[in-house]
Design a protein around this ligand. Structure first.
Ligand code: BTN
Length: 329
């Protein structure tokens, strides 16, 4: 008999087969029935409901709202085969400073592209422009990914754009929500922020060494400080019921993987088209504050790098790389 199976292997079998008896699982995983039963007991201790029928065997009848790396990887591998890049390595922290800081440390130690770090809570979650990102325990998806795109720094905004498309698609599939994207990084429901994206990079002269893509999704409703009431929302508040964070995470990672590979293969144009379908920015009059400057005009399109093309009131086309957008009516 070989080594006892990992929880990930057990998850994969249970998810693939639906029902399986202990001897079946033991045979498939090349281990003893006792090793299977020990792992099943571990799952139960974590809060997973395993129903056992004397004839049909075990079934995962209930999964808690827990982020467990073994389950996330098993689900990722199961649904339509293993992802090519993202989610090959998944780490889940109960608490950390910022998942983006963890990814940065891992990247500097040589971690591979596609490494993902989730945290149940962050003590120093951050948003764009040094803002604080509230990340209380158990209510959201707070995670970061390590990417090593073969692009110049100017093209890295593509990552923010494709992440926004992945978020809108996953929120639609898993929660039936029709979210909108405000350039560059806000995902909104009814004008309130439901998710945010933080794309940071480390460069070496004119080359990107690595990109840290940080994503925060407010999944369950939680008490917001007064300054965020009316500004932020959550999947639960919008949908009226809860969804499992792990399943939203897997749906998101699958899409991120597909879109990132598409962008790497030169299909960014398709992504900008999808982005345009969900954008609350294009075609609108906007005011943009960037580097202490205020620009006004009409948001026209995205360029090949994900920058926003703005037609100013003087008829000039400005290429906007970063900044805060205010949508005018
Ligand atoms: C923004 O909208 O300003 C971006 C918010 C990004 C928040 C996420 S949560 C996971 C990752 N870790 C962080 O510290 N920030 C990002």
């Amino acid at each position: 008999m070989s080594a006892p199976p990992t929880l990930q292997q057990l998850f994969e079998e249970l998810l693939r087969l639906g029902h399986a008896t202990t001897p079946q699982l033991a045979e498939r995983l090349g281990c003893s029935p006792q090793a299977i039963n020990a792992r099943l007991a571990e799952l139960a201790a974590l809060g997973y409901g395993v129903e056992s029928d004397p004839h049909r065997g075990h079934r995962l009848a209930h999964c808690p709202d827990l982020l467990l790396a073994d389950e996330l990887i098993a689900r990722l591998r199961l649904e339509a085969g293993p992802p090519a890049l993202l989610g090959r390595e998944v780490f889940v922290y109960r608490q950390t400073d910022s998942t983006s800081d963890v990814i940065e440390r891992l990247a500097l130690e040589g971690a591979g592209e596609g490494t993902v770090v989730f945290a149940e809570s962050q003590t120093r979650g951050r948003g764009r422009r040094g803002r604080v990102w509230l990340s209380p325990p158990g209510v959201g998806l707070w995670f970061s990914l390590l990417l090593r795109p073969p692009w110049p720094p100017a093209a890295v905004t593509r990552i923010t754009i494709l992440a926004a498309v992945a978020l809108v698609e996953a929120l639609d599939e898993m929660a039936g929500l029709a979210a909108q994207i405000k350039w560059p990084n806000d995902v909104l429901m009814g004008g309130r922020k439901i998710a945010g994206i933080l794309t940071e990079m480390e460069t070496d002269s004119d080359l990107v060494r690595f990109v840290t893509l940080g994503i925060g999704v407010n999944v369950h409703a939680f008490r917001l400080p007064p300054e965020l009431q009316g500004v932020a929302t959550s999947v639960e508040s919008e949908r009226g019921e809860r969804i499992r964070r792990a399943e939203l995470a897997v749906a998101l990672l699958r899409r991120l993987d597909r879109l990132y590979r598409g962008a790497r293969d030169g299909h960014f144009e398709t992504i900008t088209r999808q982005w345009g379908e969900h954008s609350s920015t294009l075609g609108r009059r906007v005011v943009i504050s960037v580097g202490g400057q205020r620009l006004e005009g009409q948001a026209m399109a995205l360029d090949e790098n994900g920058s926003l093309l703005l037609r100013t009131d003087h008829g000039r086309i400005e290429r906007i790389v970063g900044g805060d957008v205010i949508l005018e009516t």
